[in-house]
Design a binder for this molecule. Structure first.
Ligand code: ADP
Ligand code: ZN
Length: 312
């Protein structure tokens, strides 16, 4: 039978978290029932996708077949099923990945249904079902890593426009004390949040990887200020109940109180229609599925694909 393990009973799904730094591939009987998982470095598309396909082929030989695979990919990515570039990476700063056909490669190799969304939307889906977003219908998930990305859930639905939103590149006013920094976004330099606050911007400004800056380094307050402005813009735009902040840079746990304080300061008493935001501790929170939200979301995406095919 298709899509079940060799016992013929347990359905199996695949999940891929396609990140700019690393790829995670997993097989599971459900989003939190992971049977096998592998992590490897992202290199060029040929080599990396060969490794992805080899992992699944090897696993399937041992275990049976898959019902579907879900992919959460770094972007920008074409997620419009009607487009001829559906499932391809678009104008990424990672030039070797431009036009890489992630969806097509996986589909051809595994011969099963494959669904794709952004990495942040997959993390958002994972956190909503199993993590810090349970029971919440208006939520934002932001990652501050090699880049900045955000996914939004509004009234229980993920927000898409013509394509996925790109809030990692919204423009922010630069702090006067930051005037000598030229920014790290290849497109907007020091004008957007990614150029000002992602891991590479921290590295470029202070000459050390973010993980090596001491918690009392003055730079963290600046980073917290910029991240708080992204949160503020999202709060004022779509009024989420909670904002989950994840990604490599947010491993610096001392950033959370700094961001909450900066948000409070930058709102400057204006809450608009949101009289309920007094509890910043529960408004700006870390992810709960640390390391697993993307894969849980990717397998959920795969299960949704199965449900839509089977008409459930
Ligand atoms: P990616 O965004 O590439 O998918 P990550 O979310 O892990 O992957 O982000 C990587 C970025 O996070 C790098 O710029 C790295 O310097 C930074 N980073 C990783 N670990 C830490 C840490 N413990 N503290 C601060 N920054 C970190
Ligand atoms: Zn930018």
């Amino acid at each position: 039978m298709n899509g079940v393990d060799k016992s013929g009973i347990r359905p199996l799904w695949g999940g891929i978290e396609a990140g700019g730094t690393k790829f995670i591939c997993a097989i599971g009987a459900g989003p939190t029932d992971i049977i096998e998982k592998v992590v490897f470095q992202t290199t060029n598309p040929e080599e990396t996708l060969d490794e992805v396909c080899a992992f699944f082929r090897d696993q399937l030989e041992k275990r049976g077949s898959l019902k579907a695979v879900g992919i959460g990919a770094f972007g920008p990515i074409d997620i419009n099923p009607m487009s001829e570039n559906y499932g391809r990476i678009l104008s990424t700063p990672k030039t070797v990945w431009r036009n890489a056909d992630i969806l097509g490669r996986v589909k051809t190799a595994l011969k099963c249904p494959v669904a794709i969304d952004t990495d942040v939307n997959c993390a958002l889906i994972g956190e909503v079902r199993f993590g810090a977003g349970r029971g919440i219908r208006n939520l934002a998930y932001i990652t501050i890593g090699t880049g900045v990305g955000a996914g939004l859930l509004v009234d229980g639905e993920i927000v898409y426009g013509e394509s996925h939103p790109e809030m990692g590149h919204i423009f922010l006013p630069k702090l006067p004390e930051d005037k000598n920094f030229s920014g790290s976004c290849p497109y907007h330099h020091d004008q957007c949040i990614e150029g000002l606050a992602a891991g590479p911007a921290i590295m470029a400004r202070w000459g050390a990887p973010a993980a090596q800056l001491p918690p009392d380094h003055a730079g963290w307050e600046m980073i917290a200020h910029y991240i708080s402005l992204l949160c503020l813009n999202i709060l004022l735009s779509v009024s989420p109940q909670r904002i989950i902040l994840g990604g490599g840079v947010m491993k610096q746990a001392h950033l959370y109180p700094l961001i909450r304080d900066a948000l409070h300061k930058n709102l400057n008493g204006y809450y608009g229609a949101r009289t309920d935001i007094v509890d910043f501790e529960n408004f700006i929170v870390p992810p709960q599925l640390t390391g697993d939200a993307g894969i849980a979301g990717a397998i959920t995406l795969a299960q949704q694909e199965t449900a839509s095919i089977e008409g459930k």
